[in-house]
Design a protein around this ligand. Structure first.
Ligand code: NZQ
Ligand code: ZN
Length: 386
């Protein structure tokens, strides 16, 4: 097992009715900017619950943060933070609203020339404006981690940022919010969380027995609850397990002491930036091909995964590993997620070259757990994904 440090300061309030406890978590004299997305919270009652809980606070609102939070729109929110002397941010939404809020938390205290530098130069934020979250969509784990991904439509870029100053102070996880989530987003949530686990697991054995079992148990739980949650999102037992699995998949715990990959996300983000494909779906397009391309270096973990998660007990290591890749693709497809780029766009020709060129320009020369994947490898993997 590798050496590691672990710190996660986010307080989680999990369960039915936790939204009303918001009031205890926010400093008494805070001036709050409440941030939300395109309006789903106004239809499903979450907006009213939050407003009621905040009735004793001074609250300014900023709605309209789109899926794949857009830089230009966030700059409008930054103006509000400054002109209204906001002291606390409250994200009410899914990964996009929470990520947008993290960007604002960093940008509000940033001393440099332009907030874009935080993304372009990957500035680590050591201290941001404090913020909390009310999670409305289990998927990204953003509610309990310190990372964020921001999109800039103008340049078709999607870049990551983060730092120890960007953990939410608290996050409210009430699984009852799941009841109003459309099937497409539920499938996205399962696929995103599932791939988060794979990025931290599908590498090479390093003798981290507990981390492997943690990862496998999250995958197994997601496989178990996915059909139930998609059939009936108001099934509380399924929703609670779905929600906590998504958080645990990317709150830093399972990645400690083990090699991490994250190449699937790096390539996937480019597909979102170029074509607007939902984040989770880009991962389903890339992941099986990434594992096929890197078969030799990943086959031991692929075989272990096939055996322990999918009960593939027959065959050689190679045969089990191949079955693991097939089971993964089948699982995504069972959620009605298409796994080829050409099923999302007719304009796919040339994508592999464009993405590989972008990685070269950004100096991203060593992706994956060995930091050895080159832009030429990326070109091949994306090419296999058409
Ligand atoms: O905008 P509204 O109207 O609220 O609707 C949203 C949005 O259209 C809707 N929704 C959310 N909660 C709902 C609901 N609809 C009905 N009922 C509810 N309770 O769902 C749609 C998608 O929301 P979004 O926040 O975009 O989804 P998700 O949580 O999947 O977030 C995706 C973003 O997170 C980034 C992705 O790249 C993408 O930009 N990621 C963030 C990560 C992180 N910070 O750690 C890691 C991930 O790998 C990922 O990259
Ligand atoms: Zn993801």
């Amino acid at each position: 097992m590798n050496n590691f440090e672990l710190i996660n300061p986010t307080k989680i309030l999990f369960g039915k009715g936790q939204i009303e406890n918001l009031t205890k978590e926010i400093p008494e004299n805070a001036k709050i900017l409440m941030l939300y997305g395109g309006g789903s919270i106004k239809k499903n009652g979450i907006y009213n619950q939050v407003k009621k809980a905040l009735s004793n606070f001074e609250v300014v609102e900023f709605g309209g943060i789109p899926a794949n939070p857009e830089y230009e729109i966030l700059l409008d929110a930054l103006k509000v933070i400054k002109s209204e002397n906001i002291t606390f941010l409250l994200a009410v939404g899914g990964g996009s609203v929470i990520d947008g809020t993290k960007f604002l938390s960093a940008a509000a205290l940033y001393k440099g020339d332009s907030p874009w530098d935080i993304l372009a130069n990957n500035v680590r934020t050591l201290k941001g404006m404090p913020f909390g979250t009310v999670l409305t969509l289990p998927a990204t784990g953003s509610e309990m981690n310190s990372g964020s991904v921001i999109t800039r439509e103008e340049t078709k870029e999607k870049l990551a940022m983060g730092g120890p100053g960007l953990f939410p102070v608290f996050s409210i996880l009430d699984p009852q919010v799941v009841h109003s989530i459309p099937k497409r987003q539920l499938a996205n949530g399962v696929t995103d969380a599932y791939t988060h686990v794979l990025e931290q697991y599908m590498t090479y054995p390093i003798g981290a027995l507990l981390q492997d079992r943690f990862a496998e148990s999250i995958l197994q739980t997601l496989i178990e609850v996915a059909p139930a949650i998609i059939k009936d999102p108001s099934d509380y037992k399924a929703a609670a397990n779905f929600m906590w699995s998504c958080t645990m998949a990317l709150n830093g715990l399972i990645q400690k002491g083990v090699p991490n990959d994250w190449a699937v996300h790096a390539m996937g983000h480019e597909l979102t930036a170029l074509f607007g494909i939902d984040h989770a779906r880009t991962l389903a397009i890339i992941a099986p091909n990434h594992y096929t391309y890197n078969f030799e270096s990943k086959k031991e973990k692929l075989a272990q995964y096939a055996e322990r998660v999918w009960n593939v007990t027959e065959g050689t290591t190679e045969e089990k590993a191949k079955a693991g890749i097939e089971k993964t693709r089948d699982f995504f497809q069972s959620l009605d997620i298409k796994t080829k780029l050409s099923e999302y766009t007719d304009e796919y020709e040339g994508t592999a070259e464009i993405i590989s060129k972008r990685f070269t320009e950004r100096g991203w020369l060593g992706l994956g757990e060995y930091q050895k994947l080159t832009p030429a490898d990326v070109e091949k993997i994306v090419g296999m994904s058409y």
